[in-house]
Design a protein around this ligand. Structure first.
Ligand SMILES: NC(=O)c1ccc[n+]([C@@H]2O[C@H](COP(=O)([O-])OP(=O)(O)OC[C@H]3O[C@@H](n4cnc5c(N)ncnc54)[C@H](O)[C@@H]3O)[C@@H](O)[C@H]2O)c1
Length: 378
């Protein structure tokens, strides 16, 4: 294969990954599909006049000059677009979450197996240096056998990220446990090396949502001069509109394979942004501080904190989006399709994080009852 020819579905926002493929020297971006004509015009300007653009993704999939498809459109489209792309014989990069239901993920996995093509998921956190360092330390056995995990995620800017558009509705995202949480649940799975088997969760809408009209946007709002959530971007539906029904305050406990206990807190109205993963083993504990880009290991015997020196565990300076992970995940996609390498972000992992998040959403909408995570329905 000379250059992998990529088509992008959902060209703005996360569709910006196309820039990395275009610049890689091993791929060309040949087509784009989107429902927004302005974004398509902009995409054509960025990728070159020869690029094919369409408002109907099926026209893109019909093209013989498209080898692979990146699905970077909103979550609720992933099941349809990724399955159709695989059915059309394309390799697929699908953004997280793989789908908004467990059944939707399984449908994609079956289409993947039937197609004989390659599929990977946009778990770019697996490619961030800081978390790769944690994974290396854990896999080296430094903290012993893993018995517990914890993720505390303060989503500062939760309103800006999730409550001005489709993310805030169950029909668009199902739950932020599998939208935002698909990364965190995947990191718990990846760092421990085990998948979730059962969960119980509590959650509610404690800050966003309310009685504002569904059609209200920030620029038209009478309170725009005083509202902290006022937004001038194209994501500007009122965060306090009636249709908002996705919980902004979630806690979830999990039992993983092998009896590992894990817990997850995700809150969308904290003043600051902070994400911490703590993994506890029989010999010690490891944790990170995301804003500081630091990892600590504490051993039971030493009983003292040891900050990892760059010399010991090189934490590369971040170059590129999402802590330097975006260019690397795009390269991994090319390595997978062109060189046959196994990707770090596998389809099964994509499915298991959604399945854990869906089980959590089901539990918290049913008085916190324990819910089993179903095995993959191949
Ligand atoms: N891995 C990450 O770190 C990361 C970060 C941000 C977003 N994401 C994921 O990327 C995806 C896109 O997120 P976003 O914030 O860019 O969304 P977005 O709302 O900005 O939309 C992305 C693009 O899709 C287009 N689009 C909207 N509806 C469409 C449809 N029905 N068919 C085709 N195109 C459509 C939009 O016009 C836009 O160009 C989501 O699934 C999200 O979870 C992943």
């Amino acid at each position: 294969m000379d250059k992998l020819r990529i088509g992008v579905i959902g060209v703005c926002g996360r569709g910006g990954l196309a820039n990395h493929w275009r610049d890689s020297g091993r791929a060309s971006v040949v087509a784009g599909a989107d429902v927004n004509p302005t974004y398509l015009d902009d995409f054509r300007k960025r990728m070159g006049e020869g690029v094919f653009v369409t408002d109907d993704y099926r026209r893109l999939l019909e093209r013989a000059d498209v080898d692979a498809v990146a699905v970077t459109s909103p979550d609720f489209t992933h099941e349809e677009y990724a399955s159709a792309a695989l059915d059309a014989g394309k390799h697929v990069f699908c953004e997280k979450p793989l789908a908004i239901s467990t059944e939707g993920c399984d449908r994609i996995l079956r289409a993947w197996k039937a197609s004989g093509k390659r599929l990977m998921v946009g778990f770019n956190m697996r490619y961030m240096s800081i978390f790769r360092a944690m994974k290396e330390i854990i896999d080296a056995g430094t903290i012993g056998e893993i018995r517990a995990a914890w993720c505390r995620h303060f989503v500062g800017h939760g309103g800006t990220f999730y409550y001005h558009d489709w993310h805030a509705n169950r029909r668009g995202s199902n739950s932020l446990l599998l939208q935002k949480g698909s990364h965190d649940l995947d990191m718990i799975h990846w760092l421990t090396g085990r998948y979730t088997r059962r969960v119980a969760a509590f959650g509610s809408l404690d800050f966003f949502g309310g009685d504002r009209p569904n059609g209200l946007t920030c620029p038209e709002c009478p309170d725009k001069r005083t509202c902290f959530e006022y937004d001038t971007s194209s994501r500007n539906q009122c965060c306090f509109r009636q249709e908002v029904d996705v919980e902004d305050n979630n806690v979830m406990v999990m039992e993983l394979d092998g009896g590992i206990k894990a817990s997850y807190l995700q809150c969308h109205f904290t003043p600051d942004y902070h994400r911490n993963y703590t993994i506890i083993g029989t010999e010690g504990r490891i944790e990170n501080s995301e804003p500081e880009d630091k990892v600590w290991v504490r051993m039971r015997r030493a009983n003292s904190w040891k900050e990892l020196a760059d010399r010991e565990y090189a934490i590369r300076p971040a170059v590129g989006g999402h802590g330097g992970a975006d260019p690397v995940i795009c390269e991994d996609f090319l390595d997978m399709v062109i060189d046959g390498k196994e990707p770090l972000a596998t389809p099964e992992a994509g499915r298991m994080s959604v399945a854990a998040g869906c089980a959590g959403a089901h539990s918290m909408r049913n008085d916190g009852m324990p819910v089993e995570v179903a095995p993959i329905a191949w």
